[in-house]
Design a protein around this ligand. Structure first.
Ligand code: GKR
Ligand code: MG
Length: 429
């Protein structure tokens, strides 16, 4: 049998409009960045990946892209070694800023991830099977997502018309409930997550309680990204016991999370204190978290995320899925992974509904495959990831990248351009 080798690598940074979503470190910039990876083979197949596009990360992706031609897409272990070799001593930090929220020690997993996804896309396309089959097969044919609610300004302060965007302002419980109604009515979400860490915890608890009244049957989550001290977290857990299905990263760090966990029965989830394999042993030993949020962009691709799922199952932990602002190639990969992960029983996060601004092109994949019905996305059954690039859309979003001037995610810098004395709210309350 002839093995298709990678013959050409194309990396395209793109930008899409993003509303002013507030979080613990500041506010989303008007443009969110992503990089779209294409691996072409001798035989004309194209495998796709999607990742962050902060400039340091892009430079690292380019360095791997330069040496990849000739590589066998089946050889993902070899690919991992190759990425580690190329990065060499340059592995400090993720290379993506995560708005300033996360401290990642090594770039190997984040750089490897889109290449691995694109290799699996290639292998699955060649086999004429969906990527989920390479991960053990889909155990569900739809993947449920939760509606991701954000406090937000009415519009971006510097926007040309300076007026509200189509979502409008959400700075109090009533406005959060209105936002949730739009999410539930438009997408059919069957659970809701509120991004907190923006206002004092009493206000955010009031928003959760308002959501509980408005949506009596829906599981709710609150994620302040470590904005609270352990004492405050314990107080919030007492108030929201029986109201939230979990509290996500109430306080920063494994030790502080363990203190909170020891004082409450409310499950604690994280995508901040357990973000790499080396964090699992100390977190388990301290019984710091009951649910880990996986994220294939951060954990080194789909198969390493499946490995994470096995570890959480072994230790009796729950598994959920984290998201950052993303496009359809990432959504397809998330759906295949979630479909093929039996113990991923929580609805996954997604920022996808926020890509609705101003009638502009907002994705790079051809429409029709990844539609939300009843808050869930059908697992694509076509070969590979099941999504195809629309070259016109890709070109348009790349042009926007070139003209928008944003080169890295900087929530705090952007916030300070509006509120000069802003400091991140980490462990503030
Ligand atoms: O998009 O502002 C945001 C979120 O706060 C994101 O950066 C987080 O990584 O969604 C994330 C989370 O669950 O912590
Ligand atoms: Mg989180």
């Amino acid at each position: 049998m002839t093995i298709n080798r990678i013959s050409r690598v194309v990396l395209t940074p793109v930008a899409f409009a993003d509303p002013p979503l507030l979080n613990v470190v500041g506010v989303h910039q008007p443009w969110a960045l992503r990089a779209i990876l294409e691996l072409h083979t001798d035989s004309g197949l194209v495998g796709l990946g999607e990742t962050y596009a902060d400039e340091t990360h892009l430079a690292r992706l380019e360095a791997v892209a330069d040496v990849l031609p000739g590589h066998d897409p089946y050889d993902t272990h070899g690919l991992y070694r190759l990425v580690a070799d190329v990065l060499g001593k340059e592995t400090g930090g993720a290379g993506a800023s995560f708005g300033g929220m996360l401290d990642v020690d090594s770039a190997v997993d984040t750089v490897y991830s889109p290449f691995e996804v694109a290799c699996l896309d290639l292998v699955a396309r060649e086999a004429d099977r969906p990527v989920s089959d390479l991960l053990g097969g889909a155990v569900r044919d739809r993947v449920p997502f939760s509606g991701y609610l954000f406090y937000k300004w009415a519009g971006h302060p510097g926007s040309t018309d300076n007026g509200p965007d189509e979502w409008g302002e959400a700075l109090n419980p009533d406005q959060i409930v209105a936002q949730a109604k739009r999410m539930v009515d438009g997408w059919g979400f069957g659970s809701l997550k509120l991004k907190g860490g923006v206002f004092p915890p009493e206000e955010e608890c009031a928003a959760i309680e308002a959501l509980r009244t408005a949506f009596p049957g829906l599981p709710l989550r609150l994620d302040p990204n470590g904005a609270w001290t352990p004492e405050t977290s314990i107080r919030v857990a007492e108030r929201l016991a029986g109201v939230v299905e979990y509290l996500e990263d109430p306080t920063p760090g494994i030790d502080a999370m363990a203190r909170v966990a020891a004082s409450t029965d409310v499950p604690l989830a994280t995508n901040m204190c357990v973000i790499a394999f080396e964090h699992l042993a100390p977190a388990v030993a301290a019984d710091a978290v009951q649910i880990v949020l996986s994220d294939h962009h951060l954990w080194g691709g789909l198969r390493r995320s499946a490995l994470l799922a096995g570890i959480t199952e072994t230790f009796g932990m729950g598994l959920s899925m984290h998201s950052n602002s993303h496009l359809g190639v990432s959504l397809a990969a998330m759906v295949h992974l979630a479909a093929a992960t039996p113990n991923l029983t929580y609805a996954c996060d997604t920022h996808y509904p926020w890509k609705t601004c101003s009638g502009m092109a907002q994705d790079v994949v051809r429409p029709g495959v990844l539609d939300f019905t009843d808050g869930s996305v059908a697992v694509p059954t076509g070969p590979g990831l099941g999504v195809e690039l629309d070259r016109d859309l890709l070109g348009e979003l790349h042009e926007r990248y070139l003209s928008c001037g944003v080169r890295r995610r900087e929530d705090t810098v952007y916030m300070r351009s509006v509120v000069p004395d802003f400091t991140p709210n980490t462990a503030r309350w």
